[in-house]
Design a protein around this ligand. Structure first.
Ligand SMILES: C[S@@+](CC[C@H](N)C(=O)[O-])C[C@H]1O[C@@H](n2cnc3c(N)ncnc32)[C@H](O)[C@@H]1O
Length: 207
């Protein structure tokens, strides 16, 4: 089981996730209503619960127990949307191995690929492309623009600690989402830039 970083759980849910609400709203706008959705690396659960407002159902998966506990706490307070969501603790490359191919209509993965150790990225992307026909991946653009959004994101990557920053640097060296997707053998199309060009949404499909 992953996790164990100082910002997981309440600190992420109370301080960091609220800063992502605008981003999550833009991701939710890319997801048609009525779908079975997998939110991979669901963190404090805000995006999954937002998607559950319009989805048929949503499964959030995260390997950090403190994140899943926080998300579950938010789910219980989320009324009807909460009833359509569930959170699973585990590595996204393995946690839903018992589910059949195409069990979900769509999977999302927001701001997670850049923090994964290099060896775990390709298995995670391949598993998402097995589980869902369409996979929306949102992460940092490479290179990060030198505007206010880019400088803020870079500062947050440093603040997240040396292990996190090393993984981010490796993600940059490998060409960001398109480079990692190519190495994993999955097709990757750029959908749109977000966060003043500091992030982008990509659609991944089985190659
Ligand atoms: C920066 S947070 C983003 C959370 C959420 N997607 C959001 O937009 O708020 C990245 C999350 O990915 C999770 N994560 C990283 N690698 C993972 C893996 N291999 N399997 C499951 N969760 C993972 C971390 O535990 C963390 O909660």
């Amino acid at each position: 089981m992953g996790g164990g970083r100082y910002y997981e759980g309440a600190l992420y849910g109370r301080v960091i996730e609220p800063l992502q609400r605008g981003l999550h709203a833009r991701v939710a706008a890319l997801v048609p209503p009525g779908l079975r959705v997998l939110d991979a690396c669901s963190g404090a659960g805000g995006l999954a619960l937002r998607l559950a407002a319009d989805a048929r159902d949503v499964v959030g998966v995260d390997h950090a127990p403190a994140m899943v506990a926080w998300a579950e706490r938010q789910r219980r307070r989320a009324g009807a949307a909460g009833a359509r969501a569930r959170f699973v603790a585990g590595d996204v490359a393995r946690a839903l191995a018992a589910e059949g191919d195409g069990a979900f209509d769509l999977a999302t993965m927001v701001l997670a690929l850049h923090e994964m150790p290099a060896a775990t990225r390709a298995p995670a992307l391949r598993e998402l492309c097995r589980l869902a026909e369409r996979v929306l991946v949102v992460d940092f653009r490479v290179p990060m623009p030198r505007n206010a959004a880019g400088l803020r994101n870079r500062a947050l990557e440093v603040a997240a600690g040396p292990t996190h920053f090393r993984a981010y640097r490796d993600f940059v060296r490998r060409g960001g989402v398109p480079g990692v997707a190519a190495a994993a053998g999955v097709a990757c199309a750029h959908l749109r830039d977000l966060d003043r060009g500091a992030m982008a949404a990509f659609e991944l499909t089985r190659g």
